[in-house]
Design a protein around this ligand. Structure first.
Ligand code: FE2
Length: 284
């Protein structure tokens, strides 16, 4: 029996495009359970704890101590549109949270189990990851009407190793469509090298270091970008150098997703990365 051509095709597609879309990776029950758990976590979140807003258009200013200390915790970041000029919440907290981060995969049993599923480990091996370590996770809400945009970026800007090794596993917990702010990506853009790196500045904040000042092309279909629409349960794997983004959500439907980032255990993890963990990263 010859080997099935399918795994080779998936790895080749991932290496060619910088991403891989796997429909039906998780069943509906798993997606619903993760959404229910996120709802419980938000129910336990006291908004008086923070007014930390997540913004990709004003990253250096909005990255505060609450964010920088979240690498080994479960913390809550708000949609920009959810907070008024005096810091008050303009909408109920259930629809105010932009994301939960960044150690759900270690601290919450359900997210840990999904993050350490044999299917995910097998896919990582199939795609050529040698010693993947679970570094960081996020639950993304992309709330109705106020879900913030995420400007074009490479994940290695924020989760940097030498050599670059970060890989993202993005699971659609709800249908992600053109209307509610699905991801977009530039196929093959992962071969252009890293354009920027976020580092701690030694003064309690962060700074973006430009490595290549050439801007990304405008994210339009004419420039080669493609929408990554994803029905519930679809897994999207993203190469750490792949340019990707998502628009704001102006629709009345949320777009929940769970994303897990892994790095190679053999790669160097610099001390001035924003994300610090009290415990070493572990494999699947
Ligand atoms: Fe990203």
């Amino acid at each position: 029996m010859p080997d099935s051509p399918l795994p080779i095709a998936r790895r080749e597609a991932f290496e060619r495009d910088g991403f891989l879309v796997v429909p039906g990776f998780a069943d509906a029950a798993t997606c619903e359970a993760l959404m229910a758990r996120a709802g419980e976590l938000v129910a336990g979140f006291d908004p008086a704890e923070t007014r930390s807003v997540f913004s990709t258009t004003d990253q250096e200013r909005t990255t505060d101590d609450y964010f920088l200390g979240s690498g080994d915790k479960i913390r809550f970041f708000l949609e920009e549109g959810a907070v008024g000029p005096d810091g008050e919440l303009r909408v109920p907290k259930e629809v105010a949270v932009n994301k939960i981060g960044h150690a759900l995969h270690d601290l919450d049993p359900l997210f840990s189990a999904v993050s350490r599923s044999p299917e995910l480990a097998e896919l990582a091996a199939e795609l050529g990851l040698a010693d993947p370590r679970l570094l960081q996770s996020m639950y993304i809400f992309k709330q109705p009407r106020i879900g913030g945009e995420v400007v074009c970026h490479q994940d290695a800007t924020f989760l940097y190793t030498e050599p670059v090794s970060v890989t993202g596993f993005w699971l659609a917990l709800q249908d992600a469509t053109l209307e509610n702010g699905c991801m977009w990506a530039l196929p093959g853009g992962h071969r252009q090298g890293l354009k920027a790196r976020m580092r701690r500045d030694g003064k309690g904040g962060v700074a973006i270091e430009t490595l290549d000042p050439t801007p990304w092309p405008e994210p339009t279909p004419a420039n080669g970008y493609v929408p990554l629409e994803a029905s519930q349960g679809t897994l999207v794997v993203l190469h750490g150098l792949l340019p990707h983004l998502s628009g704001p959500n102006r629709s009345d439907r949320s777009r929940h997703a769970y994303t897990l980032h892994v790095v190679e255990g053999g790669a160097h993890y610099p001390d001035d990365n924003w994300l610090r963990r009290a415990t070493p990263t572990r494999g699947f």
